[in-house]
Design a protein around this ligand. Structure first.
Ligand code: NAD
Ligand code: ZN
Length: 392
């Protein structure tokens, strides 16, 4: 019989009682975070253990950030020697060196290099891609790995303050595309993250400082005593004091990981994303500057702007605003940028941010120390005023 009224015809053999099913599909992940020293020393078993705990004997495809390889000429050799000597691991090929910095996420170059290496060296889904580098390389290599064979496991060796205290712990990876930060990407938790503070020694002062803005952010959000501690450690952080940096990076990493594991929304299905406080404008400024502004620098500016706004709408008291601004500028961050003069372009970051989260606009603003408040509307005029105050 012909139907012309677009009413679906029930299949005669489908029992209506079972035609519709809602099942709960659950997946458990073990998240391994290790802080260690001299991770590539042959006598340090830490890295070998997390590689082999994946699935017995393990083939490893090592990928190294070119900026790290240039700054520490011994790194690639030490990594290769470690993997060769380590029981239970087999190095599939010599370390693949990829361009470092945000360039790794702008375009398909690093992505293609990793996909090709996975293919050429017969990396299977029970092998591991071991990636050493800054947050950008971790994001790009992680994305490629999550696409090949629908997901090859990754172990990360973060080598910047941002990646050791924040990005390396994340369950996300990605590339920039369509002029937008992280437009492409997947959620794919790493098998393990191994942080070695000695990797940080070769960072420029500029990159060394970058991870501290993420630490200030997470302290503001979650941990008042940690915020107070950062304030007292500003001179030590400026002097690159190793103990102070280790303390800040470790606490930042644990707070970020606690949020991911215990925050109830590891794959960001809800509209709020507190760890992205200050990020709507930060991501926009990174793109507008064609990535001349580093992520950590943009986060410092974004935090200052949202705090200024929060103070104007009465959520944050003036004294706390000034403490936040003082700690960020004390660490050495500029808290404004000439690109903020293009208000329309900057405010466009808010809609971009909304789309990236999905659903209703949700901006997390600082309120008291150790807590925050989600708002679903931003008053453009007041944000404009906040921008002007930041530019003065
Ligand atoms: N996935 C996430 O959850 C997450 C979270 C935070 C940040 N991120 C991303 O991380 C990126 C920023 O990461 P970043 O701050 O590490 O910067 P980055 O990766 O751009 O690295 C900065 C520079 O340092 C070089 N480098 C890396 N290690 C080095 C070392 N030990 N010595 C000398 N030079 C070294 C790099 O080659 C690069 O030139 C951004 O793209 C950001 O979006 C991702
Ligand atoms: Zn960030």
């Amino acid at each position: 019989m012909l139907h012309d009224d677009h009413t679906p015809t029930p299949a005669a053999d489908v029992d209506p009682a079972i035609a519709s099913r809602d099942e709960l599909l659950q997946q458990r992940y073990t998240y391994r975070l290790r802080f260690t020293e001299h991770a590539l020393s042959p006598s340090n078993p830490c890295l070998g253990e997390v590689l082999t705990s994946h699935d017995g004997d393990c083939r490893v495809l090592p990928v190294v950030d070119g900026g790290l390889a240039d700054a520490d000429p011994t790194f690639v050799q030490s990594l290769a020697a470690y993997l060769t000597a380590s029981d239970g691991t087999a190095m599939a090929c010599p370390p693949v060196i990829v361009p470092g910095g945000e360039a790794a996420k702008n375009g398909m170059g690093v992505f293609n290099t990793v996909i090709e290496a996975i293919n050429e060296h017969d990396i299977c889904r029970h092998s591991v891609v071991l990636v050493a580098g800054g947050g950008a390389v971790l994001d790009a290599v992680g994305f490629a790995s999550s696409c090949a064979h629908r997901g090859v496991g990754v172990v990360r060796l973060p080598s910047t303050t941002v990646s050791q205290g924040d990005g390396g712990l994340g369950v996300k990876n990605g590339l920039n595309a369509m002029g937008k930060k992280n437009f492409l990407g997947t959620f794919d938790p790493p098998h393990a993250v191994v942080n070695d503070h000695h990797f940080l020694a070769t960072l420029s002062d500029r990159d060394y400082r970058c991870g501290f803005s993420e630490a200030v952010k997470v302290a503001m959000l979650k941990d008042e005593p940690f915020f107070n501690e950062i304030e007292t450690l500003v001179p030590a952080l400026l002097a690159r004091d190793d103990h102070a940096t280790q303390r800040i990076i470790q606490r930042s990493a644990h707070l970020h990981l606690d949020h991911i594991v215990h925050g109830g929304d590891p794959f960001e299905q809800r509209v709020a994303r507190p760890l992205d406080m200050g990020h709507w404008s930060a991501h926009r400024l990174e793109s507008l500057s064609k990535h001349e502004i580093r992520h950590g620098e943009a986060v410092a500016i974004g935090l200052a702007l949202d705090a200024q706004y929060a103070a104007l709408v009465g959520l944050l008291d003036e004294e706390l605003l000034h403490r936040l601004l003082a700690v960020l500028s004390g660490i050495g961050f500029d808290l404004s940028h000439p690109l903020m003069r293009d208000r329309a372009a900057l405010l466009g970051g808010m809609e971009e941010f909304r789309q990236h989260l999905g659903g209703q606009l949700t901006i997390t603003l600082p309120s008291r120390l150790g807590s925050s408040q989600d708002v679903h509307e931003i008053d453009d005029k007041i944000m404009d005023q906040a921008i002007s105050m930041r530019l003065d």
